[in-house]
Design a protein around this ligand. Structure first.
Ligand code: HEC
Ligand code: HEC
Ligand code: HEC
Length: 418
């Protein structure tokens, strides 16, 4: 056990003692960190953040369940030419309220000029010359899966983002696109747009407001709870004891039968040792997580990828990252694999390597710290899918997979991101 152990006669101490085990080798007594196993580590039922899209996406896949109706088997028949109002189509392709907009992924001639179009998908500025049949275009927009089961395109028609008449208007607009895009500024052209570079020193409190959490974490470390215990009671030298610990997380936890990350550890361990309730994604939890990561800054990420349990979890994480979820029917890899080093509208998609070493991270656009599970939640809701509670097993698998992709990178927390 690290540090001194002064616990006498309280429930925390009893549960801690009970969890002390002796290794098979008998070489040394090894204690397992006590974990409150009985309760969830996050609010139930999980409530979506105010300000996030509020709709109910329960008829679509999540990372926890399969629900999306199967793709249509046949293209829809059109009787005659598509007709449609091209001017209305031009508005619809730029309308962000329908689950994003076509311009998030496509350059579309004149329609994209004011909207920082993305380049995940082919430039459609000259699609009107491509000799595409009306019916083909109509079906590609309605539900591209009839032609390409692996498509990245959301099924705009099948999932009700646009009505049949609106899709006809969009097709009428696409047919007018016959000349290369003209951009007003270099910024509008996703091929020329400069990649964002984060130059701030993320460990300088003047530059990173998220550093509040380090101070807060340090305070919490010493704070005596009603039971008379603090973290410091049993671990008086956190700077030494936990110099590498966070860099080894997340890890498979047999007692929970899932991958355990730092934030869930904090909730469970604090509950059972000092008797406080710091549920995941609440301020004290975030602060303690930042602090524990901060102690391990400079340490290369080294998660277990070798044990049978870790391998199985990573394999599940890989599968989950490829699962189509939400009304937009997209997978993590549709953006973070296929679209890597491209723009989704004004957002540059970096590689998975470099997406973990800075979590929890300060979000300059939101003035808040997000931990990795909140990021997973947002990326799910953003594709119009229900998020899972942060302590879900699936997020554990995903986190271990992502961490394994970041193996060897040096941790630097709290990070700064847009
Ligand atoms: C999330 C990114 C994304 C969004 C948003 C998107 N598309 Fe696409 N689209 C693609 C990709 C990628 C392809 C290339 C083939 C594929 O993956 O199916 C494509 C292909 C197409 C094609 C076929 C082009 C061809 O000639 O092969 C059409 C037409 C099209 N998109 C129209 C639209 C319209 C209209 C919208 C908005 C209602 C839209 N797209 C929104 C990603 C997107
Ligand atoms: C009653 C004693 C006690 C208290 C109080 C206590 N811990 Fe622990 N903690 C342990 C024991 C026992 C272990 C397992 C042996 C070890 O790693 O030192 C442990 C392990 C840890 C570990 C390493 C976990 C791992 O996976 O090996 C961290 C991090 C930790 N504690 C953080 C905290 C924090 C944060 C607090 C305050 C909320 C706290 N501890 C309060 C007893 C305690
Ligand atoms: C529609 C595209 C899209 C999909 C699908 C998507 N993301 Fe994201 N994700 C983004 C964007 C945009 C960002 C912010 C830009 C960035 O930081 O890379 C982001 C950021 C992230 C980050 C933080 C990167 C960093 O460096 O801070 C993680 C981690 C992440 N996503 C995980 C996931 C996971 C897991 C899934 C699947 C559940 C997923 N994303 C699905 C668009 C997407």
């Amino acid at each position: 056990m690290r540090g001194k152990f002064l616990a006498v006669g309280v429930a925390a101490a009893a549960s801690m003692m009970a969890s002390v085990i002796v290794t098979d080798s008998g070489a040394r007594a090894q204690s397992k960190a006590p974990l409150g196993l009985g309760q969830d580590a996050a609010a139930r039922p999980w409530k979506r953040y105010p300000g996030w899209p509020a709709a109910d996406y329960s008829k679509y896949n999540t990372l926890g369940k399969l629900a999306t109706a199967p793709a249509p088997k046949e293209p829809r028949k059109l009787t005659g030419p598509v007709g449609g109002d091209a001017a209305n189509g031009a508005k619809l392709v730029a309308d962000r309220s329908r689950g994003g907009s076509c311009l998030a992924c496509h350059v579309m001639g004149p329609a994209g000029n004011a909207d920082l179009p993305g380049n995940v998908a082919p430039d459609l500025s000259e699609i009107g010359n491509a000799g595409r049949e009306d019916e083909w275009l109509y079906n590609y927009v309605f539900d591209a899966r009839v032609y390409n089961p692996e498509t990245v395109m959301p099924p705009w028609g099948s999932h009700g983002f646009f009505s049949e008449a609106e899709i006809k208007d969009i097709v009428a607009f696409l047919k007018t696109l016959k000349s290369p895009a003209v951009f007003r500024t270099a910024l509008d052209n996703p091929e020329k747009r400069p990649q964002p570079v984060e130059k701030r020193d993320n460990l300088d409190p003047l530059e990173n407001p998220g550093m509040w959490a380090v101070e807060k974490g340090e305070e919490l470390w010493k704070l005596k709870s009603a039971s008379g215990f603090s973290c410091n009671t049993c671990h008086s030298d956190p700077k030494t004891s936990f110099k590498t610990w966070a860099a080894s997380m997340p890890k498979w936890e047999p007692r929970l039968n899932k991958v355990l990350g730092v934030e869930e550890f904090v909730t469970r361990h604090a509950r059972t040792t000092i008797g406080v309730d710091w549920p995941m994604e609440t301020d004290n939890n975030r602060a303690m997580s930042v602090y524990l990561h901060f102690l391990a800054n400079g340490t290369p990420i080294k998660v277990d990828t070798e044990s049978a349990e870790a391998k199985a979890a990573i394999a599940r994480g890989v599968e989950l990252s490829k699962r189509k979820v939400g009304a937009l029917n997209m997978a993590c890899t549709d953006c973070h694999g296929i679209a890597v080093n491209k723009w989704i509208r004004g957002q540059w998609m970096g590689e998975p390597k470099g997406q973990y070493d800075h979590f929890p991270t300060w979000r300059t656009s939101l003035l808040a710290i997000w931990d990795i599970r909140q990021r997973f939640q947002w990326c799910s809701v953003n594709i119009r899918g229900d998020e899972l509670p942060p302590d879900s097993k699936e997020y554990g698998d995903l986190e271990l997979y992502l961490a394994s992709q970041n193996q060897g990178l040096t941790m630097s927390v709290p990070g700064i991101r847009h």
